[in-house]
Design a protein. Sequence first.
Length: 206
Amino acid sequence: MSKLIELLGAPSANIVIGKRGSGKTAFLMSVLEAAHNRGLKCYLLGLPKSKWSLLPDYITPVRNFDSIPDNAAVACDESYIFIYAREHAKYFNRFVAKLLGTTRQKNWVLVFATHQCRKIDVGVVMDVDNIIIRQPSWLHVKYERQEIRRLIEQAAKFFNKCKEPVKHAYIYTEKGPVVVKLSLPSFWSSELSNAFSGLSLDEMMK
């Protein structure tokens, strides 16, 4: 787990994709825990306010990127809510697209999580340094964005043979694919795994 930051790079921009229940949120939290151990400040966007108390003290929940300083790890869960592909002209989408270009200068480890890349703005997908794949759904393999469908197909072959797919991540880096076996972050809980449970749609979108 401690080698995650070394593998992804600091700074870096990353995207995590996979089917529901494949461990995307757990991966985000693992990155933040590893970043904290490396001395980076940690921020999380996308967790409902009613669940903020579930986080350890070193992870600061936020509603936007405005107040995040340099030298930080920033995770955005359920990112399709914020940078939805069909709202590419939306201010926040344009803001994030520009933000990705400054990741190196700000020295951020930036990680977005979504079910599939089709759900988020293509500009975000094309600008990331690494693509992390948790177990994909069978339709995911067939209908993912054409630009990265080949990567999904290769990862799916691994997961189809893997005995414990939820414990693994298939990571595409600039140097090629890497398979990582993961453990849950030390503060993990079932409540974090189901953070949107019991919330109204209005609460989810705030």
